[in-house]
Design a protein around this ligand. Structure first.
Ligand SMILES: *Cc1c(COP(=O)(O)O)cnc(C)c1O
Length: 364
């Protein structure tokens, strides 16, 4: 059977290997497997979320509130914007999809960093949009600007902090950049790890209200999958001018998140203490990775997230290292497919990290 030819250019997204697969392939017991591959919160989620979701399980047979009134009000409150500035998605992934389908087409390229979140490219292929990338590993807004003037992109993706490298831009620099971009170019700022970056360094913290008030062409993305620990519930959001949000709404399928997900996200948002504590523990553990890397002369990229990218020098090879780790039940992300001789390791709990150091040291 022939399929839509845009599919020819799409490589299926490879998610972090699930624990079940390692159990089957390597015969390792589930409780001996450590998964540091998908940037999930190792401390789980707020206990209030568990209680609250359990208490509404019987509502499963009813469709969710499609207006998502309570969650949107809570997000609006927390960001100081209006509900009409918000759209909710099944993960912020789905908002990326809406944004690309709403704005991109084959006539203008989509501009992104050389190494960045894979879904931007995949969704751009859906609509046949060409891709233009910068050449530097970390975001360099001067390069972005040069490519913008040369290629007139429909969308510019700024991922800060960036996945899979962990670097983050200063907000001043972003604002300066936004001033130079015309109003018919959509700038998507993906803040999937912003809760981490904002805590580590206030210069990296985006004031979403100010940005979307000053720039009608900016869409900010956030998610409950990372710091809030709700990856399995699939809730993300986009915040932007009503003009943008109304366009995205035309593409949103009805009931795109579940009754339980809505409840989980709403309650999670109230438990700031859980997020703060997770972020604090994350950076405590992150410093152990930095020590480990320094001790073993491994280059690492300073991270503003809950993962760290370790860069190897030949003959050390990231694919071999991640494969050897996998055989011992340690799942990390090889970045070979991104053109880097590097692995991305999610910062786990103390003992998980110790296990990583022990196994990795043996391989070096
Ligand atoms: C994890 C992630 C997302 C989206 O995750 P969802 O689970 O779909 O909300 C978006 N952008 C980046 C950079 C991410 O790392």
């Amino acid at each position: 059977m022939q399929f839509n030819s845009v599919l020819d250019s799409i490589k299926t997204y490879e998610a972090g290997k699930p624990i079940e697969l390692v159990v089957r392939e390597y015969g390792i017991k589930p409780d001996e497997i450590v998964k540091l591959a998908s940037n999930e919160n190792p401390y789980g989620c707020s206990l209030h979320v568990k209680d609250s979701v359990s208490s509404i399980v019987s509502k499963m047979s009813l469709y969710p509130d499609d207006s998502m009134y309570i969650l949107k009000e809570s997000l609006a409150d927390s960001f100081g914007v209006n509900s009409s500035n918000i759209v909710i998605g099944a993960g912020s992934d789905q908002i990326i999809e809406f944004a690309i389908h709403a704005k991109a087409d084959k006539n203008r390229p989509v501009l992104m960093n050389s190494v960045t979140f894979a879904m931007y490219e995949i969704y751009a292929h859906h609509v046949g949009a060409p891709i233009v990338r910068t050449s530097s590993r970390e975001h360099d807004l001067e390069q972005f600007y040069t490519l913008y003037t040369e290629h007139n992109p429909s969308i510019i993706f700024i991922c800060t902090p960036n996945n899979p490298t962990g670097d983050a831009l200063d907000i001043d620099k972003i604002v300066e950049f936004l001033h130079k971009i015309d109003s018919d170019t959509l700038v998507v700022i993906d803040g999937a790890y912003m809760e981490y970056a904002a805590k580590k360094d206030s210069k990296k913290a985006i004031n979403v209200k100010e940005v979307i008030e000053n720039f009608e062409n900016v869409l900010y993305l956030g998610t409950f999958s990372k710091a809030y620990g709700l990856g399995g519930m699939r809730v993300g959001y986009g915040i932007g001018s009503e003009n943008i949000i109304n366009a995205l709404y035309k593409l949103r399928p009805p009931f795109n998140i579940t009754t339980l997900s809505l409840q989980a996200a709403t309650v999670a948002l109230e438990d700031r203490a859980f997020v703060d504590e997770s972020v604090a523990k994350n950076f405590e553990q992150m410093s152990r990775y930095e020590e480990f890397a320094n001790k073993n002369s491994i280059e690492f990229i300073e991270s503003y997230t809950n993962f760290v990218t370790l860069c190897f020098k030949a003959p050390q090879n990231s694919s071999n290292i991640s494969q050897e780790l996998l055989k011992q039940g340690m799942i990390v992300r090889d970045l070979h497919g991104y053109g880097l001789n590097a692995i991305r390791v999610t910062v786990g709990k103390e003992q998980e990290n110790s296990r990583f150091f022990e196994l990795c040291e043996k391989l070096l």
